[in-house]
Write a protein that binds this ligand. Sequence first.
Ligand SMILES: Nc1ncnc2c1ncn2[C@@H]1O[C@H](COP(=O)(O)OP(=O)(O)OP(=O)(O)O)[C@@H](O)[C@H]1O
Ligand SMILES: Cc1cn([C@H]2C[C@H](O)[C@@H](COP(=O)(O)O)O2)c(=O)[nH]c1=O
Length: 201
Amino acid sequence: MKGKLITLEGIDGSGKSTITSFLNSHPSFANAVFTREPTTSWIGDAVYKAIQSNTDELAELMLFTADHADHIETLIRPAIEEGKIVISDRYSDSRYAYQGVTLKERMEEPMEWIQMIHRGWTIIPDLTLLFDIDPAVAVQRCGKRGEQTKFEKIDLLKGVRENYLKLAEKEPERFVVIDTDRELKEIEKDVLQAITSIIES
Ligand SMILES: Nc1ncnc2c1ncn2[C@@H]1O[C@H](COP(=O)(O)OP(=O)(O)OP(=O)(O)O)[C@@H](O)[C@H]1O
Ligand SMILES: Cc1cn([C@H]2C[C@H](O)[C@@H](COP(=O)(O)O)O2)c(=O)[nH]c1=O
């Protein structure tokens, strides 16, 4: 039996890592493979170096994309072929949404162009949980945690959120939008329900 790929997406501070930790300790997912992008490989390290400095935005996209290609071939594809459930904290939609903003001065319709360069080799998730929140609330939450990336700015995150919502609108069969400006217990319940329905389908 083929496995399933579930991805968690959303702006910085939307609560993905919090829910990933919850799922990781949930007995239903004891055999699932938990992963993330940027990955922990040397290419993922290069990505973090890039986003912690003033790197050219197109070079940044290429590094993120190289990390994705390696992630698919070394971990995602083999795990899915083994019938595993793979849960990834960020995946290709992060590129469409974030670099869709950072490259908007460089080209027309960057989001569509980035999707086009993934076509034919990326693996499309079975389910994408989009953690949706007002960027002002997310930045306030990040402030308490400490700023971790250069993308944690309200104006940039507003554009990223709009891109995510456009992606969700275009593919309603893949996306489930979760309002994360709520109590954690309510969010956990919605997440479990969405994952259960995709696993049982
Ligand atoms: N439902 C919630 N209510 C209040 N605070 C929350 C909620 N969910 C997460 N937080 C807090 O918000 C902060 C950001 O959450 P988290 O690190 O899970 O976000 P993230 O989406 O993984 O961020 P990033 O993409 O930047 O890694 C953390 O301090 C976390 O404890
Ligand atoms: C995969 C991916 C990530 N990003 C951005 C999103 C975050 O600001 C950072 C990653 O940091 P995290 O807090 O450890 O998730 O990078 C991006 O711009 N494009 C991507 O493809």
